[in-house]
Design a protein. Sequence first.
Length: 131
Amino acid sequence: MEVNTFSPAVGDGPGDRISVRERLDAERRDTEARIAALHGDFDAIVEANALVAVDDEHDPEGSSTAFERAHTASLLARARDHLAEVDRALERLERGEYGRCERCREPIPPGRLEVRPAATTCVRCAAGTGR
């Protein structure tokens, strides 16, 4: 079982590795932009509520405001998690392990990596039917 081999599912040439890096870098930039926008949305919700004495239990708008705040906080947490996944994918690329399933060590299909560039498992292992 080879561990430090660049996956044939991704490609062995330097151009393939550059293409993957560019895609991961673009994914990272997009995720950072999404985090910044969500952070701004969250701050705006908090600021708007600070200007009004909101009683969540008795104010008809209070529960929707609390939902907006919680929903935005959840989206922000998911975006931060995704950024960490992209960073780990970049680390795997540097180590020559990008594109190999972390469970069965088989190549991850290029289509899966195209849709989920930070994927760590092949479709079979992700579905729980890995070898």
